[in-house]
Structure formats: structure tokens, C-alpha cells
Ligand binder design. Structure first.
Ligand code: MN
Length: 163
């Protein structure tokens, strides 16, 4: 009986030790705004000036990435997709989004845009007004998406869909 009790106590202590370590490992992490930097998006991925502020990137704890991006008037991403789709939350201004094969659509402050996995699309400011949005997307097998050609002026300035 004593052997059984000792065994149970040992098992309980081991479980507590394991559980407390797990709790420490899953603690809250705060990344200070002071440490954040903004950078102009690469010219392969943007037409015009898009300033990207990476809020967090996919890591060993989460495959999500979030960035806030500011587009000057006329600025937009190149055609691209995301393997697990993407949410955009428009935080300021007005802009356009377009899925390949569809007409572009107008978006404004407060709108949320969902683009399904694999769908080629672009997002950006209008020709005359700036846009700022938060983008949230997941990495799959180390990839956040595929990048294709720039959006031509003809595509960019084409008539929007009727809302
Ligand atoms: Mn996108």
C-alpha cells in the first residue's frame, strides 16, 4: 500500500512539475511598439509607395502574420494570393480590391475583406485617396503566398463593380 501511495504522489508531483512548466511556456508575450519599424514594400510586390509595418510574423508558436500597410494614392500591391486566405481590415481611407476575373470593388474605413485561399487578387489605394489596412494571413509550408505581375494602369483604373 505504501508503495502504491508513494507511486501516486510521485506521479502527481511529476504532473504538477510538467503542468507548471507548460504554463510558463505559454505565457503572455508583449512586443513593444517602440521596437517596431516600418519599411517600404519591395517594388516587386508594390506599384507606388506602400509602407508596411509588420506587427507579428509566422513563428514556431503561430502560423499567422499581421501587418498594417499604408498606401499612397495610386499605390497598390501586385497580383498575388495567400495559401490560407487573407483578412483585410480597412483602418483609414478608401481603396480598391479586385479578385482575378472579377471587377474591382471599393472599400472604406471599417470594412473587412476576406479573400479565399489561392485566389489571385490585389489591394490598394484609389487613384486620388490613400488607404491604410491591417492584413492577417497564415503561412503554409513556409509560404505566405505567390507573387505575380504588377497591376497595370488599365486594370487599376477600370470601372469598379456596381455595389
Ligand atoms: Mn493579399
Amino acid at each position: 500500500m505504501d508503495v502504491l501511495k508513494t507511486g501516486l504522489v510521485t506521479a502527481l508531483l511529476m504532473w504538477l512539475a510538467f503542468a507548471s512548466r507548460a504554463l510558463v511556456a505559454q505565457g503572455i508575450e508583449i512586443t513593444s511598439a517602440d521596437a517596431r519599424t516600418a519599411a517600404r514594400g519591395p517594388q516587386t510586390a508594390y506599384t507606388g509607395v506602400g509602407i508596411a509595418e509588420l506587427l507579428f510574423r509566422a513563428n514556431d508558436k503561430s502560423n499567422m502574420t499581421m501587418a498594417e500597410i499604408s498606401f499612397e494614392p495610386g499605390s497598390r500591391t501586385a497580383w498575388h494570393n495567400h495559401p490560407a486566405g487573407q483578412y483585410l481590415y480597412i483602418t483609414s481611407g478608401v481603396g480598391w480590391v479586385q479578385a482575378r476575373g472579377e471587377k474591382k470593388r471599393a472599400v472604406k474605413t471599417g470594412d473587412v475583406v476576406w479573400t479565399p485561399p489561392g485566389v489571385f487578387h490585389w489591394h490598394g489605394a484609389t487613384a486620388t485617396q490613400g488607404l491604410r489596412h491591417i492584413a492577417v494571413w497564415q503561412f503554409v509550408d513556409g509560404s505566405g503566398g505567390e507573387l505575380e505581375e504588377h497591376v497595370t494602369d488599365a486594370e487599376y483604373l477600370a470601372e469598379p463593380a456596381d455595389e
